[in-house]
Design a protein around this ligand. Structure first.
Ligand code: SAM
Length: 301
């Protein structure tokens, strides 16, 4: 079944027929460019063996393309006004399931169990931008059964996710995502590919989940606490950033000793450290943490 949507004429026809008005609070910007849709489907590497979770299908544009390529598409849409529209635009696709719900409340593990025997799903979406970070980090951190995420997001956020050490875009989000997945910006997409046009540029990014994280820290939670503290105060030295953070309880001496023990200068800036170096720093400080613990127990007695 060839997709009928993805061009301005048919999109406007559907919108007028149902007297649909776009809601900003749901981040509603619908795709009207077939080239972009083809690119997303190709980048997501969707085959008939795949079950794809689509977040926010809108009027079903990308859903039609996904249904053509995938074994099954599960489309989760929050806006009740779009449900009857989806039933019309997807009526010829018997491999598309429509779920009326908020993606942040959906049990994705249960969906994978029910529709794919517990095997990992692929995720594809033109994401409502207001939930970009909770969706991406929720899928990665909570270890959802998902192996490949291909999503349209704000260009600026895509650049932050893909950034490497030293640049202005590099930060806690880059490291948080890169711990779980390999990011790749597939395409930049201008505002005129959507109706209505968003105020900012967009990009399609693919996140390929690692089987196991590229670095190992003894205490992952401590590593992420160090990462967040290091980027809270940009252009400060790492030792000052960590020393000033309310979330880090090590003394300045312990921080400096840990930084130097991994072969870095005590004046190094946090934004130059790689993920591997943050893991080594966490390991060095985990030793100090243990010593702190011992000291506290002794002094309490
Ligand atoms: N996929 C369509 C397209 O590309 O034309 C629509 C994309 S539009 C950017 C985002 C869609 O996500 C809208 O249909 C919106 O109603 C829906 N949405 C917003 N918040 C949602 C949520 N929390 N859960 C599920 N869908 C949501």
């Amino acid at each position: 079944m060839e997709p009928t949507l993805g061009n301005p004429k048919n999109t406007i026809e559907i919108i007028q027929k149902y007297e649909f008005n776009f809601l900003k609070r749901f981040g509603q910007n619908f795709l009207i460019d077939t080239h972009v849709l083809d690119k997303i489907i190709r980048a997501a590497n969707v085959t008939k063996d795949d079950v794809v979770l689509e977040i926010g299908p809108g009027i079903g544009t990308m859903t039609q393309y996904l249904a053509q390529a995938a074994g099954l598409v599960i489309a989760v849409e929050i806006d009740d006004r779009l449900i009857p529209i989806l039933h019309e635009t997807l009526k010829d696709y018997d491999n598309a399931v429509i779920i009326h719900d908020d993606i942040l409340k959906v049990d994705i593990r249960e969906l994978a169990e029910r529709y794919h025997g517990g095997r990992p799903l692929k995720v594809a979406a033109n994401l409502p931008y207001y939930i970009t970070t909770p969706v991406i980090m929720g899928l990665l951190e909570k270890e959802m059964p998902v192996d490949n995420i291909t999503v349209m997001i704000q260009k600026e956020v895509a650049e932050r996710i893909q950034a490497g050490p030293g640049g202005k875009d590099y930060g806690a989000l880059s490291l948080a995502v890169q711990y779980y997945a390999e990011p790749y910006i597939v395409a930049n997409v201008p505002p005129n590919c959507f109706i209505p046009r968003p105020k900012v540029g967009s990009a399609v990014i693919r996140l390929t989940r690692y089987q196991k994280p590229p670095v190992r820290a003894q205490d992952t939670e401590l590593m992420f606490r160090l990462i967040r503290a290091s980027f809270q105060q940009r252009r400060k030295t790492l030792q000052n950033g960590l020393n000033n953070s309310a979330d880090i309880s090590f003394s300045r001496d312990e921080i400096v000793a840990a930084i130097e023990s991994i072969g870095l200068s005590s004046n190094v800036r946090g934004e130059t450290l790689t993920l591997e170096q943050f893991a080594r720093l966490a390991d060095a400080l985990a030793g100090a943490d243990k010593k702190n613990g011992d000291t506290q127990v002794v002094s309490c007695k």
